[in-house]
Write a protein that binds this ligand. Structure first.
Ligand SMILES: *Cc1c(COP(=O)(O)O)cnc(C)c1O
Length: 320
């Protein structure tokens, strides 16, 4: 198994940039996790760096994971496996097989893509793991989206980066917004906050797919898993704000308003946002602040990546 030098040390700190445009009556900053220097960046790089350590300390010879064709997670895991000289096996729902840049790139990296109906995912994963074991192989399975303790840990670290930035620059972010999917990013940020004892800042996860009930439960479960014995002492319900108000009824859906905001941010800031994750969340952030009449606050948006999806969007016809 080969080493990835970048992942052997703490990841470089990502830049925080103030925005130039007018997105409402607050002061906006973006933390550019999309610029993490591996496989076009994004929050899945932070997570991968944690999974990397676990894989390196094991006898893994095939990295397995689950994700859709638009999955940034699958791209980065396939890239990590290829870099380490390991085989990669991606299980993907057969619905929605539009070929996107992420799909092409996963193929290019030599990963095996196995499709199955979305209802048969769990079964397909178990069967495939068992088949590898029968061949004498050692599969390492990463839950879709990089969920699990290592994924949470990666955003506890990101939270510490944010605190260090604040100290260095004499600023305090009253709000932190981000796109929330499987919930690992949010769980990590909230754990970071709880462990740090910060009370007056609100972290807001904008759901990109899940409904409030399930979304919250999953984030809370991850927080409980991460904090372990300290959960009872540290956890506060009001530290976990997960809203499904801007999910447009599900994964991948968006509105014309999201699209025009994406165009505006690209033109004014030179920052690409996609429609599935960050563009939708950025829109949700602006709407949330407006609806709650929040003004004159320092607001940090975490750009969790998805750059290849921006290019898919750009090529879609009839955009202007
Ligand atoms: C996966 C992903 C998310 C969601 O992160 P979770 O930790 O699963 O909640 C947000 N933005 C982008 C670009 C992603 O790829």
């Amino acid at each position: 198994m080969k080493e990835i030098t970048l992942f052997e040390k703490p990841l470089p700190v990502t830049p925080v940039v103030p925005l130039s445009g007018d997105y409402g009556d607050n002061h906006f900053y973006i933390k550019r996790d999309d610029m993490l220097p591996f496989s076009f960046g994004g929050n899945k790089v932070r997570k991968a760096a944690e999974f990397y350590r676990e894989i390196k300390n094991s006898d893994t010879d095939v990295v397995m994971t689950y994700g859709s064709n638009s999955s940034n997670h699958c791209r980065i895991i396939a890239n990590m496996a290829a870099s380490m000289g390991l085989a990669c096996h991606v299980i993907s729902p057969e619905e929605n097989r539009e070929r996107l840049y992420n799909t092409a790139f996963v193929e290019q990296l030599g990963a095996v893509i196995e499709t199955c109906p979305v209802t048969k995912v769990a079964e397909t994963i178990e069967n495939r793991k068992a088949a590898y074991r029968r061949e004498g192989k050692h599969p390492y399975f990463i839950i879709g989206g990089g969920h699990g303790r290592p994924g949470t840990e990666s955003y506890v670290k990101a939270y510490r980066e944010i605190c260090a930035y604040e100290k260095e620059n004499g600023i305090y972010f009253d709000y932190i917004f981000h796109a929330s999917g499987t919930g690992a990013t949010q769980a990590g940020l909230v754990c970071g906050q709880l462990l740090n004892g910060d009370r007056d800042r609100q972290i807001v996860g904008i759901s990109i797919a899940r409904e409030q009930g399930r979304g919250r439960t999953v984030v809370k479960d991850s927080i409980r898993e991460y904090l372990g014995e300290r959960f009872a002492e540290l956890y506060r319900e009001d530290a976990l704000l997960f809203t499904d108000e801007y999910r447009f009824d599900g994964y991948g859906n968006y509105s014309g308003e999201v699209l025009s905001l994406i165009d505006r941010v690209m033109e004014r800031e030179g920052i690409p946002l996609d429609t599935t994750y960050v563009g939708k969340a950025f829109y949700g952030m602006c709407a949330f602040l407006k609806e709650h009449d929040i003004k004159d606050k320092n607001v940090l948006f975490i750009h969790t990546g998805g750059t290849p999806l921006y290019f898919d969007l750009l090529l879609k016809t009839g955009r202007r």
